[in-house]
Structure formats: C-alpha cells, structure tokens
Design a protein around this ligand. Structure first.
Ligand code: AMP
Length: 574
C-alpha cells in the first residue's frame, strides 16, 4: 500500500495531510496525485463523490500553483452551489500551509455584488457553477486567461442540470494550453463527445467499475404491502437506533407527508424539497450536517447539492424508476472507506425492478424481514445500554448529590435499579410495539406459490375468524368522521376500509351511522393496523373511543334508532 510520501507531494502539503488526519491515500488519490504532478496529459476520472476525489485533484494542483501570482490559475466547475461551497472549503483546508493561496467560490443564488467584491484581488483558485461564471465573465469581472488547470467535477450532473452550452462556452474561453481534469460518476455519450472535442490526449482513470455501487455498501430490501410503507419505514428506523440517513421519496408531496408524519411521531427529521426557499434549504442542510437531525427526507433533485459523509443509511421509500438514480442515492452512504447500508422498501410490482438494478450495480440485493415488535424493542434496549456504558459522567457534579440519591434508592437491589432506569426510556417502545403486526408481505414468485399462498391465507383468515368468534371481549369502538350526510352506508364504509388498508380481513361489527360520524366495533388487535393505515389519509379521521364515550354513544344511538323505528311504525299505522 502506498503512503502520501510516495506520491511526490511537497513537505508543506504532507504536513497539511497529516494535520487533517488522513493516514493513507485513497485509491483515486494514489493514481491521480502522481498523474497530475508528473504527467502532461489531461485526465478523465470515473469516480463518485465520496471517493476522495477533491483531495486527489486539489492537493497536486495547489502544489503546482504560483503563490505569488494573484491571477486565477485553477478553475473548478461544479454543478451546485452546495458542492461549490464544499469544494472551496476543502481546497482552503488543503492550502492551509500556503498563506498566499486564496480560494473563492462563486455560485448562483447569492447576491452577485458580494461575489464581485470577493474577486477584487483575483484568487489563485476559483470554484464556480457554470451559469454564474458566465454571468461574471460577461460583466467583465473575471478573466480566465491565466488558467492552467481546469477541473470539471461531477460532469454528468452538470449536463443533467442543463449546463451543456455554458460548459462549452467556458471550455472555449479558457486558454488552450491548460490541462483539463474531468470527473464523472457515469460516462454518457455527451461527456465522451465533450472530452473528445475539448480535451487533448487524455488518460482514463477508473476507480471501481463504471456505475458500480461502492463495495462497502450493503443493499437490502424489505417486501411489504404498499399500504404499510410508512409503518415499515418507522419500524426500520426504530430497529436502527443510531441511524443517520436520508429517506428518498419520489415527489415533493410524498417528501412532505413522510417528514410530517415522522415529526409527529417524535423523530428528529426534516424535509428537503423544491418548494423550500434557498434560506430554508440551507437551514435544513446545516441542521442535518450538524446532526441535529437524524433523518432527512428528500427528493433526488433537492438532495443533489447535499454533501454529507458518514451517512449510515440511505432509505428508498420505494424503488426509483431508474437504476442510475438508485446508484446515485446509495452512493451517498459507504463513503470514505466507511460501511453503509442502502435499504429499499418495496411493494407490489416494484419488486420486478430489483434484478435490473442488481445488474447495473453488479451487486446483489439481500431480502430482509421487517423486524417484529419484540426485535425492535430488543435492539432499542441494547442501544440504550450501549449509550449508558459510554456516557460521559460528570463526576464532580454527580458526586455532590450522590449520597442523597443512594440513600433514597437504598431499598432497591441492582437488578431492580436497572429495570427501573431502563423502563424510563423503554416503556414507550414496549407500549407502542405491544400489539405490532407482522408487516412482511410475501411476494409470489410462481403461479403455484401464488395459489398456495392464497390457500394458506384463506386458511389463516378462517383460523383468525374462528379465534375472533371465540374471543367475544377485547373489542374497541372506532369513531370515523363520515356520516349519513356524506352518504355513509355499511357497504361504503367497508369498501373504504378495504381500500385504505389494502386488505379484506378487517372485521367490523355493530356499525352505527349518525349524520356526521360512523361508529363501529373492531377487534383490538386490528385497531392499531387500521389507525395506522388511515393515518396518511387526509379524507378520514379515525379514533378509538374511550369506554365512557362508547357507552354514551351506543346507548344514545340505540335509543335514537328505537325512537326512529317507533316513529316509522307509528306513521305507517297512522
Ligand atoms: P470527496 O470524495 O472529495 O468528497 O471526499 C470524501 C471524504 O473523504 C471527505 O470528507 C474527505 O475529507 C475525506 N478524505 C479524503 N481523502 C482522505 C484520506 N486519504 N483519508 C481519509 N479521509 C479522506
């Protein structure tokens, strides 16, 4: 294995690298650093973000700059404002031992006048989004005639974002004798043609396979009934108490809904989507970077600019249509040599897309079962115990109060003490998962299996029926905001329940319809499932009635029904 000393870096840069705590070069750095320092050619690097790309081009370019010349000598182009800022920050860190080197980012979305001021003394390195750069060139605020190194970072993203013409303009503006280093996670034809047209003899360096998912990412999927998607997500999150990840949704609406639900359920989450202003986006991203949020719910486009390392999980709240989108999403975890997990919650026909993604990734997906309630509780408990073992104890403060506390708890033995401390945090999980249902759905893979499964489920539901018939108690009464004024009928209600729960095994009894509401009985073990299924449904509101209200409502209803019947009878007779 090579060391940074083997790559031809100067003493100053080696000191910087040591200061940053980088122990050994990453694979892309091993190959790109010596190439930039000692070759003359251009470079096309196939590499994803998180592979150590910025240092791979940043360190050698910084070494090659003329510190005393205050002209733009290196230009780095990147697709988004966030990436620009991130790269500029990294390059500033990499040049920390070279006091005269200045790095300036310019990007859209910020007042151009501020940026023009920052350019009064031209920096040696400029990091820019293509659109803003063109704007500044047109205003005569930037001159590129001294550029010797041009980096196109995330070139495929720049094209995806519609910067092709801007890129071509810039490529024609910079001096011909510069060196060009193009980095891209994928190699679509347009990139090849740009490389052919605007770059000289170039070498291709590939880190990992084309479009490959990083090897240290594990790809898991859970197969569920689509109506259980949110419950499954919650259970996955609960089963991974130390999760720090992004949940990807397809649409802004879904993003908002999932984030709102998680917030209501008490998780540290926020949403990132296109409806937010730049300032709101920045706030959310910062909170996430600082780990004030454990989970970010985002659309693909909104998450594009977010560069966060150390994500433990990426969760696909549904499989994306496009295998490439999946690669991008999952590539956000497992960065910088760390392990990562990419989870997909898959329902219905989505399962058919897995093999296509597996082929593109060159890696298999592993099917996992949604953890049961007791499993989640166990994982939570051990995570808590682990945290307790590692918690920082403030001895000075605690010791002052300890004698009093010990005295108060004297009568409890060690086991009982543990039980009680643990229960403080743990009871809510036990409570929530007390009647948790199995969320796993079996995907039929052949006609035979399909038939067997249906036969089985019929048998199972018959058994369930039998059990329910024997079990006369243990019912709850549900109130639903749907009444005769909205044409409620027992048939309509059953139809709605079946549709929303995507099941026809909910057993409803004693239906009572009033002008505004409907009341019905339900076996307690199905109530949680029903309420969860309706949680994401904005048309209906369901709640469990307390015993007291239940008696009142039933009796008044029975009374009203009798009154009505008597009235009808009387009228007939009369
Ligand atoms: P990048 O692909 O440039 O976004 O880098 C991904 C992350 O890896 C960044 O947080 C870098 O600070 C970090 N990094 C880069 N090179 C090394 C290295 N040789 N050792 C450890 N971490 C590194």
């Amino acid at each position: 294995m090579k060391t940074f000393q083997d790559l031809g870096l100067s003493e100053k840069i080696l000191t910087t690298v040591a200061n940053l705590g980088y122990e050994a070069p990453m694979p892309i750095q091993e190959r790109v650093i010596p190439f930039i320092l000692s070759e003359e050619e251009d470079l096309v690097g196939l590499a994803q973000t998180g592979t150590g790309k910025t240092a791979a081009f940043g360190l050698p370019i910084i070494q090659l700059l003329d510190e005393r010349l205050h002209k733009i000598q290196a230009l780095v182009l990147a697709p988004t404002r966030e990436l620009c800022m991130q790269i500029a920050q990294d390059l500033t860190n990499y040049s920390q031992n070279m006091a005269n080197i200045k790095v300036v980012p310019v990007y859209g979305g910020e007042n151009i006048v501020n940026q023009i001021q920052r350019l009064n003394t031209p920096p040696q390195m400029l990091v820019a989004t293509p659109g803003r750069l063109i704007d500044l060139i047109e205003r005569g605020k930037i001159k590129l005639e001294d550029v010797r190194y041009l980096v196109l970072d995330e070139a495929d993203e720049m094209l995806n974002m519609g910067f092709e013409e801007d890129l071509k303009t810039i490529l024609k503006t910079v001096p011909e004798d510069r060196r060009t280093f193009l980095f891209s996670a994928t190699m679509p034809k347009t990139i090849v043609s740009i490389a052919e047209k605007y770059m000289k003899n170039y070498s291709e360096i590939m880190v990992g396979q084309r479009n490959a998912g990083a090897e240290n990412i594990e790809h898991l999927y859970y197969y569920i009934q689509p109506s259980n998607r949110y419950l499954a997500l919650k259970r996955i999150v609960d089963a991974n108490p130390d999760i720090y990840g992004i949940v990807f949704c397809r649409t802004r609406r879904e993003t908002k809904e999932v984030a709102d639900e998680l917030m209501k359920d008490g998780y540290d989450v926020d949403a990132l989507h296109g409806d937010l202003s730049q300032a709101q986006r920045d706030t959310v991203m910062n909170k996430f970077r600082l780990r004030n949020l454990q989970i970010l719910v985002a659309t693909d486009v909104a998450a594009r600019g977010l560069d966060v390392n150390n994500l433990t999980h990426v969760i696909n709240y549904g499989l994306p249509e496009d295998a490439e989108v999946y690669t991008h999403r999952s590539g956000r975890t497992g960065r910088a040599g760390k392990k990562g997990v990419s989870i997909s919650i898959v329902g219905g026909k989505e399962q058919n897309r897995i093999s296509e993604i597996e082929k593109k990734l060159g890696q298999p997906f592993k099917k996992e079962l949604i953890p049961t309630g007791p499993e989640v509780c166990k994982r939570q408990l051990f995570s808590m115990i682990n945290k307790m073992e590692h918690v920082e104890v403030n001895y000075d403060e605690i010791n002052l109060l300890l004698p009093q506390v010990i005295k108060k708890l004297e009568y409890l033995d060690k086991e009982e003490l543990i039980r009680r401390f643990v229960s403080l945090e743990f009871n809510r999980f036990l409570d929530y998962y007390k009647d948790a249902i199995d969320l796993n759905s079996k995907a039929p893979s052949s006609k035979r299996e399909y038939k067997e499964r249906n036969d089985n489920s019929d048998r199972q539901s018959n058994r369930g029926e039998q059990r329910r018939k024997n079990d006369k108690g243990n019912r709850v009464r549900i109130k639903m905001n749907f009444g005769s004024k909205q044409n409620a009928s027992p048939r309509a209600i059953l139809g709605i329940i079946n549709e929303v729960t995507n099941s026809n095994h909910i057993h409803v009894g004693d239906i009572e319809i009033t002008p505004k509401f409907t009341y019905f009985d339900l076996y307690a073990d199905q109530a949680d499932f029903l309420l969860q299924a309706f949680k994401n449904n904005s048309n209906f509101n369901l709640s469990i009635m307390t015993d007291e209200k239940r008696t009142n409502s039933s009796s008044s209803w029975v009374a009203r029904r009798n009154e009505k019947r008597d009235f009808a009878k009387k009228n007939k007779r009369g």
